[in-house]
Design a protein around this ligand. Structure first.
Ligand code: PGA
Length: 250
């Protein structure tokens, strides 16, 4: 059985004050979340603050990005070993905003994946196609290429316990959501792709859907057999909405 997960990707949002309000709000409703693992991924500068705020709760901590380098002259980067100073468990990797706005290639994402695994953190590895790629019927090719780049570098055994997030780029922050069936089809494809290498890992891997998940559509999406929860952007910034999405995984 795969435990559902709902992870909030706060992106470039937050302040000491708003983070406290958000975490306090999530804590208040956490009792209603029966099944899902709840993860928050604040901007790195707030990891320490959020780490303290969630202390003693079931909420887990993740980071939105991390360097593939361990230490040295890499201005502006943060390393996996630094994350070890907080109880940070997850690292979002290969988010489409990193790929498109910061030119992260499949190869770079694969190197980051390797660094995260090496440090015994868990990647939340994002894949997904652009609108023009979907329209050109290339969704499966794109997702397969993104996954294969990582398997080529680290091998399938490194996918043990990893979380994959399927996020069609055209659905991120646009209010457009993939239909539950569209999402399910790609999730099933991803699982099948992993299964060609290792059937057990394919069965165990949690695959989250991301892209305009809201309280009103979460349940229908999470009900699909290969969808194990969500990676939530906009709706993770309001405690009430985020909690409603977390309870939709009950
Ligand atoms: P969204 O973002 O929920 O605002 O569409 C999802 C994501 O980018 O992870």
């Amino acid at each position: 059985m795969r435990q559902p997960m709902v992870a909030g990707n706060w992106k470039l949002n937050g302040s000491s004050e708003s983070n406290k309000l958000l975490i306090d709000g999530i804590k208040q409703g956490l009792g209603e979340v029966k099944k899902a693992q709840v993860v928050v991924c604040p901007p790195s500068v707030y990891l320490g603050q959020v780490n303290d705020l969630i202390d003693g709760t079931e909420i887990l901590l993740g980071v939105q990005n991390v360097s593939e380098q361990v230490s040295g002259a890499y201005t502006g980067e943060i390393s996996v070993s630094m994350l070890g100073d907080f109880s940070c468990k997850y690292a979002i990797l290969g988010h489409s905003e990193r790929r498109s706005l910061y030119a992260e290639s499949d190869e770079l994402v694969a190197k980051k994946f390797a660094a995260v695994k090496e440090a015994h953190l868990v990647p939340i590895f994002c894949v997904g196609e652009l609108l023009e790629e979907r329209e050109a019927n290339q969704t499966e090719d794109v997702v397969a290429r993104q996954i294969d780049a990582v398997i080529d570098l680290v091998g399938i055994s490194a996918f043990k316990d990893v979380v994959i997030a399927y996020e069609p780029v055209w659905a991120i922050g646009t209010g457009k959501t993939a239909t539950p069936q569209q999402a399910q089809d790609v999730h099933a494809f991803i699982r099948q792709r992993l299964a060609t290498h290792d059937a057990e890992i394919a069965q165990q891997t949690r695959i989250l859907y991301g892209g305009s998940v809201k309280p009103s559509n979460a349940k229908e999406i999470f009900n699909m057999p290969d969808i194990d929860g969500g990676l939530i952007g906009g709706a993770s910034l309001k405690a009430e909405d985020f909690l409603a999405i977390c309870t939709a995984a009950n």
